[in-house]
Ligand binder design. Structure first.
Ligand code: FA5
Length: 351
């Protein structure tokens, strides 16, 4: 009796192993498990019958049946694990031959880059770089620049006035504003330096304007100021031509047209020959051959006086231009709002 049962267990083990070898699906393995180890399986029947066996049979049959059960159970579990792992590997398959994804590295904003480039050109011409506050008093932004209160020229640059005021020395209050231009830095620089000098001031300015493709409320300018004993419009022309030819990498001409700025006399609007067609006329310059760039003029003696210099002792020229407008010309950008829009697809073009 004992011999027969032991033999039966061995046959069951062999059968189970052969069946296991041929099985390669999870469903079929579950079926095998039920067949060989489930409640109605032959193993369980053998184990249930142990209680009616002699002590000697119980020991031998019980021991072999249990061992074999454990072997079959662990082999089925191993096969289930292998199949599951294979399926996972197939799902998460990594193609090591694919090129890696590029790490995005931050870069300088296009306007900061243009600013560095412009500074470099002026430094090579012997200019210093000046600085000034972004929040100005009414006196520096307008009055010192010969724009008296209630003069219509104050309307030329729409202003964001601040609620806070600044106490002045006579116990009164002065109005404050985010600067509308960099010309107040002419006064700051002159108050702390003695001529002769050449200085440029780069910076951000603010105007209470509706925006469109060529106008922003927040933009960047450059102010240029040269003061000496015999500075003239000819000096301006030379410096401006040298600067623009270097910035655009080609020889350009400068054209002056009469203009009006309270802080320069005479004043001019100035154009450069079109950077696209070289002056022949094209869409970029609306067939005029010229591109409008900025304002300039000979420093008004009243401005020297307001900065603390004696009248008629010095001569100078000043000019100012918008950095975004220059960047638009250089890179053929047709909407100024892209610079501050924060669209990375635009900004990433300029690495
Ligand atoms: C001025 O701001 C004068 N301070 C320039 C100046 C300096 C004249 C020294 C004489 C002597 P204006 O408002 O024209 O001038 O602005 C100068 C330049 O800033 C313009 O030519 C243009 O390039 C740019 N600019 C003006 N308004 C805007 C705007 N809303 N958006 C973008 N750029 C502008």
């Amino acid at each position: 009796m004992q011999k027969e049962i032991l033999e039966k267990i061995k046959v069951l083990e062999k059968e189970a192993k052969e069946a296991l070898e041929k099985t390669d699906s999870l469903d079929a393995l579950e079926e095998l498990k039920v067949k060989y180890l489930g409640r109605k399986s032959e193993f369980v029947l053998i184990l249930r019958g142990l209680k009616d066996m002699s002590a000697d049979d119980k020991k031998n049959v019980g021991s072999l049946a249990n061992k074999t059960k454990i072997v079959i159970d662990s082999e089925i579990s191993l096969k289930i694990f292998q199949i599951e792992q294979k399926e996972n590997d197939e799902k998460e398959w990594i193609d090591v031959t694919l090129p890696g994804s590029e790490e995005r590295i931050g870069s300088m904003h296009i306007i900061s880059r243009i600013q560095k480039e412009i500074e470099g050109i002026f430094i090579s011409m012997g200019f210093e770089i000046g600085d000034g506050p972004e929040v100005e008093t009414e006196w520096y932004n307008f009055t010192a620049l010969n724009v008296p209160a209630d003069h219509p020229a104050r309307d030329m640059q729409d202003t964001f006035w601040l609620k806070q005021k600044k106490k002045d020395n006579e116990g009164g209050e002065e109005k404050l504003l985010p600067r509308t231009q960099l010309s107040p830095d002419q006064i700051h620089y002159m108050q702390s330096h003695k001529p002769p000098f050449r200085v440029i001031v780069p910076g951000r300015v603010y105007r209470n304007e509706a925006t469109d493709a060529t106008h922003e409320h927040t933009f960047h300018q450059f102010e240029v100021l040269v003061v000496g004993k015999d500075i003239s419009v000819a000096n301006f022309r030379h410096v401006a031509r040298t600067f623009f030819s270097s910035f655009f990498g080609k020889e350009l001409e400068i054209r002056l047209r009469p203009g009006y700025f309270p802080f320069t006399e005479p004043s001019f609007e100035f154009d450069i020959s079109c950077t696209v067609c070289g002056g022949k006329g094209c869409r970029s310059c609306k067939n005029t051959g010229w591109l409008e760039v900025g304002g300039c003029g000979i420093v008004n003696q009243r401005v020297f006086e307001n900065a603390g210099y004696k009248k008629d002792q010095w001569q100078g020229f000043a000019w100012g231009f918008g950095m975004e407008r220059l960047a638009m010309m250089k890179y053929k950008i047709d909407d100024i709002r892209l610079f501050m829009g924060g669209d990375l697809r635009f900004l990433r073009q300029f690495k």
